[in-house]
Every structure is written in structure tokens, then in C-alpha cells.
Design a protein around this ligand. Structure first.
Ligand code: SAM
Ligand code: SF4
Length: 351
């Protein structure tokens, strides 16, 4: 089978690797263990750094069905994928999330997690997702100020509602809860210490994330990025922290604990100033079924067409995933002169 290539000007079709495929290994020696799957491109927010108010969503027929997602996970599991994260768009607006989680977990994984804006799910629903197999949740929260939060998300939701989700998630056993905050200079960098303090208050993992050039409005500029050193310095001046090791070699966060022994941990994801591409173990699948070997890929591979061809066997899917992995770029190249932002914003890739 030849890979269907969506951007033929930038890549040539790749033949499937010869011989039996046992793992997903790229040309830089990295092995894929993590799959990020966008289960929908829809969202009830329109975050300014992610989704434009007039965004056009894909038609339902263009999105992968639950059974297509589950089949892909099963094949990937056979090739050494151990962890799956569901994202989007907003995964909690997916109509059959509960049964999708149940079917994915039944495949047999080490971890199944989800990233959510935390504005939709109530405690009962979180409990059902946990019962279905969800192990952990990451909740995004970029500001604790109501006016700012509303301006950022272009919604009527509140930070208090998101924090309720954090508490509910803990109560139903989705531990440890992670809280993600993208830091944008001039927007919320004055809240860095307050956001870090959420780790102490909720015994949570707070991840402060450097702003990446993946915004649909294309307003990203380096001047808006608050680098890791500055983030740590700002936390440290209020809550002294000390470094701890990475969770795994492939984990992107540089991690810290609080020097006074308070609960919770801080992680900084410095994709821009300290890229961790050489340890990357991820492959991404968009809601419309394209494989993106990297968050910053400008090339994508049409898995949906493969899945919808009735002649396709599981071996064909394995071959396709292996061939797409071979196209994984060595790094994101944000700092290269010819850096090209992917056509899709974060919401359509699955952040
Ligand atoms: N809707 C869910 C949410 O907001 O958590 C899941 C999808 S969202 C695209 C996943 C993560 O990407 C969120 O934590 C969001 O803050 C982050 N994100 C979106 N655009 C970003 C950008 N330009 N730079 C860095 N992170 C971004
Ligand atoms: Fe929706 Fe998440 Fe993007 Fe915000 S960051 S618009 S919540 S997908």
C-alpha cells in the first residue's frame, strides 16, 4: 500500500517498511508509545490562542467513528503503544464518550487520559468516565480572573466552574489531576504564581506551558512567549521550588516540588525554548482521521481513507502507521527561518 499524501509538494509517498511490523520506530530511533487522539473538532469555547469564533467544523461523516478509533488503538497497541490521551476540540462534547472510553480501555493499555476545558462535566459524569476506564484527566485553566477567563475563552464559563471539575475529578478517583495553563506574556503572566499555587491547594500537577505557534489567528510571536527560566523564577520568588526528575524520559515537563513540603507538583512545558523532540514518543490522530507524526507536522496522512476501504486488514493499518511514523520529523523547527506553521490550529490537531 502507498501512503496517501495530502501535501504532495512537500513529501513523496513512502512505501510500507518491509517485513513484519512489530513496533513504530522512526528514522531517528524514537519509538512510539503514546497516541493522542482528537475525538472531536468541536468545542464550546473559542479560546483566542486556539479557535476562531467563525471556525467551520468538519461534517460528521468526515470524523472518525468510535469503532474506527478503537480499531486504530487496537492495532497501535499491538505495535507497542501503551498510553492514549483523548483530546480535541473538547472531548466532553463527544456524544458517546463513555462507551468510547470503555472500548478503548478494553484494548489493554497502561494509561488512558483526557484533556478537557473542564466546563461541561459534572461529578456523576466524571465518575462514569472513570468507571469506564479513564485513569486521569488534565483540565485547562489559563486564568483565575473571571473577566480575563471569559475574554480568553469567549464563553460564559467561569474559573470557579473549572475548579469544581478539578475537585470532582479528585473525589471520583481521577488522581493525580493535572491543570494546564498556557502562559502568554502581557495576558496572564502576572498570574504565574497564582496558577502554580493551584498545585498546592489541590495537591495537583500544574503544568505551565510556553505559548506555541499553533494559533488559528496566527498572532503568535516570540515576544509573547514566557521562557521556562522566567516562569520558574516567578514561581520561585513566591513559592520556592526545587527540581525533581522527569516522570518518564519521554515526558515533556521539567518538574519541580515545593521546597516547603507543600503538596502538589509544578511542571513547565518549554516546547519553544527547550524543545524535547529527541525524546518524543507520540503520534497524533486528528478528529478527521489524519495521522500527524508531530504536533508541528505540515504533512498529514489519511488514515481515514485506509480505515474506510473495506479491503483494509489490520496489517495494512499497522503498515500505514509504521510508514507515517517514518515521516516523523526530527524537531519542530520553530526557530528555523523557513518554519511553516501547520495548516491546522491546535483544536483541529488535538493538543
Ligand atoms: N479542549 C481541551 C482543552 O482545552 O483542554 C482539549 C484540547 S486543547 C487544544 C489542548 C491543550 O492545548 C489545552 O491545554 C490548550 O490550552 C492547549 N493549547 C491550545 N492552543 C495552544 C497554543 N497556541 N500554545 C500552547 N498550548 C495551546
Ligand atoms: Fe476549545 Fe480547548 Fe481550543 Fe479552548 S483550547 S478552544 S477549550 S479546544
Amino acid at each position: 500500500m502507498k501512503l496517501p499524501v495530502l501535501h504532495p509538494s512537500r513529501s513523496a509517498p513512502l512505501p510500507v517498511p518491509a517485513g513484519p511490523i512489530r513496533e513504530l520506530r522512526d528514522t531517528h530511533g524514537r519509538v512510539i508509545r503514546d497516541l493522542r487522539i482528537a475525538v472531536t473538532d468541536r468545542c464550546n469555547f473559542r479560546c483566542v490562542y486556539c479557535m476562531e469564533p467563525d471556525v467551520r467544523f468538519k461534517r460528521k461523516i468526515e470524523l472518525l467513528t468510535d469503532s474506527e478509533i478503537v480499531r486504530t488503538v487496537r492495532v497501535a497497541r499491538g505495535l507497542g503503544v501503551r498510553r492514549v490521551r483523548l483530546t480535541g476540540g473538547e472531548p466532553s462534547v463527544h456524544p458517546t464518550l463513555d462507551s468510547l472510553i470503555r472500548d478503548i480501555w478494553a484494548v489493554g493499555l497502561d494509561d488512558l487520559s483526557m484533556t478537557s476545558n473542564g466546563s461541561v462535566l459534572n461529578e456523576a459524569e466524571l465518575g462514569q468516565l472513570h468507571d469506564a476506564g479513564l485513569q486521569r484527566i488534565t483540565v485547562s485553566l489559563d486564568s483565575l480572573r473571571e473577566d480575563r477567563f471569559r475574554a480568553l475563552t469567549r464563553s460564559t464559563a467561569t474559573p470557579a466552574r473549572v475548579l469544581e471539575t478539578v475537585e470532582s475529578a479528585k473525589r471520583v478517583g481521577l488522581n493525580p489531576v493535572r491543570i494546564n495553563a498556557v502562559i502568554v506574556r502581557g495576558f496572564n503572566d502576572d498570574e504565574i504564581a497564582d496558577l502554580a499555587a493551584l498545585a498546592r491547594r489541590y495537591d495537583a500537577d500544574v503544568r505551565l506551558i510556553e505559548y506555541m505557534p499553533l494559533d488559528s489567528a496566527r498572532k503568535w510571536e516570540m515576544a509573547k512567549v514566557v521562557p521556562l527560566d522566567e516562569i520558574v523564577e516567578r514561581v520561585n520568588s513566591v513559592y520556592p521550588v526545587e527540581p525533581i526528575g522527569r516522570e518518564r524520559t519521554s515526558s515533556p515537563a521539567t518538574r519541580f516540588r515545593f521546597a516547603d513540603g507543600a503538596p502538589g507538583r509544578l511542571g513547565v512545558i518549554a516546547s519553544v525554548t527547550r524543545p524535547f523532540c529527541n525524546a518524543c514518543s507520540r503520534l497524533r490522530i486528528t478528529a478527521d482521521g489524519m495521522v500527524m507524526p508531530c504536533l508541528f507536522s505540515t504533512e498529514e496522512y489519511d488514515l481515514r481513507a485506509v480505515l474506510r476501504d473495506e479491503r483494509t486488514t489490520d496489517d495494512d493499518i499497522a503498515g500505514f502507521l509504521a510508514a507515517a511514523t517514518l515521516r516523523k520529523q526530527s524537531g519542530h523547527g520553530i526557530h528555523d527561518e523557513d518554519y511553516q506553521q501547520p495548516d491546522r490550529p491546535m483544536s483541529a490537531i488535538g493538543g
